[in-house]
Ligand binder design. Structure first.
Ligand SMILES: O=P(O)(O)OC[C@H]1O[C@H](OP(=O)(O)OP(=O)(O)O)[C@H](O)[C@@H]1O
Ligand SMILES: O=c1[nH]c(=O)c2nc[nH]c2[nH]1
Length: 199
């Protein structure tokens, strides 16, 4: 997705060989116009999959998910990382190791928002080692929902998550795939339109 890649190049920073900072537009300050384009791209890439619900993880998955949900006309449910007084019974839970905070969180979603007749599109801002996506898959599997696929805004293809998910047979669509962050430079994977075919 060229407009996303241009934005990453102009406003993103390679903080190290493995961490990309994009807090200008994705995970702190948010660019709503770009989120709208991202939502439209997810809609296009998962057209015809019968998606009934989008599942994401707080906090940074919420913005792109809401735009996709708006354009696909489906509800968005986000798994929560913290317990809440309003979140009581009927919870599905899983564990995820947070890439940026380096701590393990128990995440949960109310079962009533994820049901066995749902076809779920999982969306997240980043794919690194795949821990967040695996935990969301676990929640969807506990609910016996069908998984339509996984939509990622930025995949760091030099880390193992994308390969693991595709090897498990999931349809993964990443809007920008980073090949390398060495020496402060951001390099993208050269690819065809369909990222799933280009593992
Ligand atoms: O593929 P993984 O290794 O799981 O990495 C990707 C996850 O890491 C980040 O979450 P994090 O909890 O670090 O930050 P956030 O609060 O900004 O979502 C990001 O939002 C993804 O959910
Ligand atoms: O802002 C972020 N930058 C990253 O490189 C990353 N990897 C996982 N999650 C991430 N969040």
């Amino acid at each position: 997705m060229d407009i996303l890649k241009d934005k990453i190049l102009s406003e993103g920073t390679a903080l190290s060989e493995s961490v990309l900072k994009v807090d200008n537009f994705l995970n702190h300050q948010i660019d709503p116009q770009l989120m709208h384009e991202i939502g439209a791209e997810f809609k296009k890439r998962f057209e015809g999959k019968g998606v009934t619900k989008i599942l994401t993880l707080e906090s940074s998955g919420i913005a792109p998910s809401v735009m996709a949900g708006l354009l696909m006309d489906v509800p968005v449910v986000f798994a929560r990382k913290r317990q809440s007084l309003t979140l009581t019974d009927g919870l599905l839970t899983s564990e995820v190791y947070s890439y940026t905070k380096q701590e393990t969180n128990q995440i949960c979603v109310a079962h009533k928002f994820l049901e066995e007749d749902d076809t779920v599109l999982i969306i997240d801002d980043f794919l690194a080692n795949g821990k967040a996506a695996e935990a969301l898959i676990d929640l969807a599997e506990q609910a016996e929902s069908n998984i339509a696929g996984i939509g990622i805004v930025i995949e760091k293809s030099f880390q193992e998550g994308g390969g693991l998910l595709r090897d498990r047979g999931h349809h993964v669509e990443s809007l920008a795939r980073i090949a390398n962050l060495a020496e402060g430079k951001i390099e993208f994977v050269q690819e065809r339109e369909n990222s799933n075919a280009n593992v």
